[in-house]
Design a protein around this ligand. Structure first.
Ligand code: 8ID
Ligand code: ZN
Ligand code: ZN
Length: 354
């Protein structure tokens, strides 16, 4: 049976304070066509949730917001007259892009994160930090039957985002990729997808816990951004020939991770901007940007197919891509945000909602 009330984590007016509260669960008869009610068993906590809670971005969020966009759970009801192959009982993921119009140029091309009518889980609509979430059949991601839901949860944002960003970097097997932020939620998955794709990884982050994690996951070189005296030469020299990495995926949640990215990229190489620090800018001296044919691209989550592929790769029998996480109860969310803001978290934290 579906309860009338359940527990969730809510933020008022992006004031940075998250409160665990009871709320009214939308009942199956009240679901609109295209909506599904998902019993959320696990949700990853992304740094984006913290940006949203603090109102970091020049984009307005819903008030009295339930965050969360790495949800994994089971469909318990689907609105009547929904046009979908999903069924009650299916395991699905709630990702950042909750819904899109499916009929604009961007949606038709598989660039649905650019849809002007897109809805965002845990930002413009309530997300996965609640036991029962309303989401949308168009964009729920089927989770492979044999995959654990806690393993799947962080792939719905961190995994799909770095998987797509790596493709956008145009870096090939045998080439070097630098990952500033490598010890964080996105970064440590990026190290693993990059390895799976045959790239050679330069992990950039700070502290021994993150170093150990990155090296264990297959990074070839570690650079501590707080200890390196000259981060540009350190990264350039890491490739042996002094030219620097062919690609860089910037998953750093601070502006400093961006400052020198275009200075250490190899001539002809690509910097992929992924991290979304408040008020940050990327700079590149035009002269060298042109002479060295540097490329800078932004990469924003991924489409429905990217999400499916990212999950499949995180469910390989070889276990080559596995999120490293600690599991915590919903009540711990305020302290999880504190740890995240202080950079104390290697890998991810996953909330257990039941
Ligand atoms: O679609 C997107 N583009 C997308 C999707 C999901 C998340 C973007 N994001 C954004 C988030 O909003 C956030 O700004 O990516 C960023 C990273 O999210 P996360 O991985 O969830 O955050 P984290 O676990 O806190 O990891 C961030 C890491 O960056 C390191 C920290 O030490 C931490 O390990 N870092 C920082 I802060 N400054 C750094 C620097 N200067 C740095 N690493 C290297 N150099
Ligand atoms: Zn996210
Ligand atoms: Zn659209």
């Amino acid at each position: 049976a579906i309860p009338k009330r359940a527990r969730g984590a809510f933020v008022q007016q992006a004031n940075g304070n998250v409160k665990i509260e009871d709320y009214d669960v939308v009942q199956p008869k009240d679901l609109k066509p295209g909506e599904a009610l998902v019993k959320v068993l696990y949700s990853g906590v992304c740094h984006t949730d913290l940006h949203a809670a603090k109102g970091d971005w020049p984009l307005e969020s819903k008030d009295h917001l339930c965050g969360g966009h790495e949800g994994a759970g089971t469909i318990v009801a689907i609105g009547e007259h929904s046009n979908t192959n999903l069924k009650v009982g299916d395991n699905v993921g709630i990702k950042w892009l909750a819904d899109s119009c499916m009929d604009c140029e961007f949606c038709r091309k598989g660039l649905e994160s650019l849809c002007p009518q897109g809805k965002l889980s845990g930002f413009t609509v309530d997300g996965s930090f609640q036991q029962y979430a309303v989401s949308f059949t168009n964009h729920l991601t089927p989770i492979p039957e044999n995959m654990k839901l806690d393993d799947a949860a962080p792939i719905l944002c961190a995994g799909v985002t770095v998987y797509k960003a790596l493709k956008q970097s145009n870096t090939k097997a045998g080439q070097w990729i630098a990952i500033p932020g490598a010890g964080g939620g996105l970064g440590h998955l990026c190290v693993q997808y990059a390895n799976l794709m045959g790239m050679r990884v330069i992990a950039v982050d700070t502290g021994s816990a993150k170093k150990d994690l990155c090296m264990e996951l297959g990074a070839e070189v570690w650079i501590d951004f707080k200890e390196a005296k000259d981060i540009v030469s350190a990264i350039k020299n890491a490739t042996g020939d002094g030219f620097g990495p062919h690609g860089a995926i910037v998953t750093s949640a601070s502006a400093s991770g961006y400052e020198q990215a275009l200075d250490y990229i190899r001539p002809g190489g690509t910097v992929v901007a992924v991290g979304l620090p408040a008020g940050a800018f990327v700079k590149s001296e035009v002269f060298f940007h042109v002479l060295y044919e540097r490329k800078l691209v932004g990469s924003y989550v991924g489409n429905r197919q990217d999400a499916i592929e990212a999950l499949e790769l995180a469910n390989l029998p070889s276990g080559k891509v596995k999120c490293h996480y600690v599991t915590k109860p919903l009540d711990d969310l305020p302290s999880i945000y504190e740890d995240m803001a202080a950079g104390r978290m290697a890998g991810r934290t996953v909330l257990k909602l039941f």
